[in-house]
Design a protein around this ligand. Structure first.
Ligand SMILES: [Zn+2]
Length: 513
């Protein structure tokens, strides 16, 4: 038996991998079939209908949008663990320190396949309010169409004038102060998402909120500008507000909302309608060169909602197929989504019940074949991805097998919508095995192979030096982070194409010598 102990914050956790048990596994290379035939049989066993049923379950009302850290996170984790077991995966015994939560009990005070940590978890009560107008006459705007509260922003009960502050960047060393010329003390600022191309540093949303708070703003509105970057157009970015976490500690945050581009344009058009394109003009100037375009809009906003923040339990679920060697391949995907903030359900069918269904189906296919992989395959269902990769970061800081012997991490996200092509990002690997997998799966004509794919649970693995493969269905995902991301929008052909490929890649990395 090998024993791996890890520590986190005040808690220490010991993770026990029952290697001795694994040696007793009955799997052995078959004499009857060649490995190529075995793989084809596995590929042929994939069922898109079974995956769609899993997507319907995960995105259905019983898991309530799977917000990480909530009771629903724990419920969906238990469901995955049962599905892993039913598929024939082994669940490692994992010790979670003094942390207690309902799960399948293992031996000696361990849980089977659950790795958990405590995270502050915010929920916004139903019926948030945003009203816009003049100081004396405000009209109510529609949540979902006109705005979403930032889902972890503090409770709001404010009314103040709105001041436009460009992209909201303050960096005097690079000649940018988007607040120059205006006083925003006790105001609500409006800033655009992203940053101008001429600005050389990366600015996060958290940075822009900090700048606003430092200047005395008591709240903010943020919107996608009318001028889109070509990359955003390819991704299908629209002017609609998106579900979003600000990821600031509560003592640094101020209330905020993501508003539609149309509403932002209305705010800049002022009380008359003779400047309908004013926001576009201001964004053009901001994009051309560093220059403050800050201006008072003459409009007011009222923000009102109640946020409750409590300690929650974030759960990653791990299943495994033991290999004959000492190395490991991780196939991971996030399970969490945005839950039901403000009373609005975010089903998260494409994002990422679809990826979860993919790894379940790959597990079912690989456990039925009569051949043991050369490398242990770890199937990981991450939580916390929507909250800046909390779950995958927790795993890479507490891996159950050493990261230096983790040969690769395969990440699947957004697997069921798009143009029918597969976007594959890779780091630290040769192209050949990934192209070969495309041929084996019969999908080589649909592959678009790139380098690093920005964003996702592969990022902490890449940062830790583990080679990564990211598989995403190509093209526009029109329901991205919207309440309309439902199981009815999933395309079975896309789901099947992607799963065939993921199975073949897993084979390349885990079964080939
Ligand atoms: Zn996702």
């Amino acid at each position: 038996m090998s024993l791996i102990c890890v520590s986190s914050d005040s808690r220490s956790r010991c993770i026990v991998v029952l290697a001795a048990v694994l040696l007793l596994l009955p799997l052995a290379p078959t004499q009857a079939q060649s490995p190529g035939t075995v793989l084809q049989t596995a590929i042929d066993s994939l069922s898109a209908e079974r995956m769609l049923a899993d997507i319907r379950t995960l995105s259905g009302p019983s898991f309530n949008g799977r917000q990480s850290g909530t009771h629903d996170d724990g419920q969906s984790a238990q469901w995955i663990a049962q599905e892993f077991l039913s598929a024939g995966l082994r669940l490692p015994n994992i010790r979670n320190g003094s942390l207690r939560f309902p799960f399948i009990q293992g031996k000696n005070d361990t849980l089977l396949g659950a790795m958990a940590t405590v995270v502050p978890t915010s929920t916004i009560s139903p019926d948030p309010v945003l009203r816009i107008g003049t100081a004396n006459s405000l009209s109510t705007r529609q949540v979902g169409t006109d705005y979403f509260p930032i889902f972890d922003s503090p409770s709001a009960d404010i009314k103040a004038p709105i001041v436009f502050v460009g992209y909201g960047i303050v960096d005097p060393a690079h000649g940018i102060d988007d607040y120059a010329g205006v006083d925003v003390n006790n105001c609500i600022v409006l800033f655009l998402r992203g940053q101008p191309e001429h600005y050389p540093r990366a600015v996060s949303h958290a940075d822009t909120v900090r700048f606003a708070r430092e200047r005395g703003a008591i709240g903010y509105l943020t919107a996608t500008g009318p001028i889109l970057h070509p990359y955003d157009i390819r991704r299908g970015v629209t002017g609609s507000p998106s579900a979003f976490y600000g990821q600031l500690p509560l003592d640094q945050a101020i209330p905020g909302a993501w508003i539609s581009t149309a509403l932002a344009q209305e705010l800049l058009a002022g009380s008359s309608t003779d400047m309908p394109d004013r926001l576009r003009v201001l964004q053009e100037r901001l994009n051309q060169a560093p220059s403050s375009q800050a201006t008072r809009t003459g409009r007011w906003a009222l923000l009102q909602w109640k946020t409750t923040t409590e300690e929650g339990t974030l759960v990653n679920v791990i299943g495994m197929i033991p290999g004959t060697g000492t190395e490991t391949v991780v196939i991971g995907t996030h399970r969490d989504h945005f839950g039901r903030p403000g009373g609005i359900l975010f089903p998260g069918a494409d994002d990422n019940a679809s990826g979860t269904a993919v790894i379940l189906e790959v597990a079912r296919a690989l456990t039925t074949i009569d051949l043991r992989p050369s490398r242990t395959i770890l199937f990981i269902s991450f939580s916390g991805e929507e909250r800046d990769l909390l779950g995958s970061r927790f795993y890479t800081s507490h891996p159950i097998v050493p990261l230096h012997s983790t040969k690769a991490m395969i990440n699947i996200d957004h697997a069921g919508v798009g143009n029918g092509r597969l976007t594959v990002g890779m780091t630290g690997l040769e192209k050949e095995p990934l192209l070969e997998a495309g041929k084996t799966a019969g999908v080589q004509e649909k592959l678009d192979l790139y380098g690093f794919f920005p964003g996702g649970d592969h990022v902490p693995f890449k940062e830790a030096g583990v080679p990564t493969v990211t598989v995403v269905s190509g093209g526009v995902h029109p329901h991205f982070h919207r309440p309309t991301d439902t199981a009815d929008t999933i395309d079975l052909e896309i789901l099947k194409t992607l799963t065939r490929y993921v199975l073949a890649v897993t084979w390349q990395l885990a079964y080939e010598p």
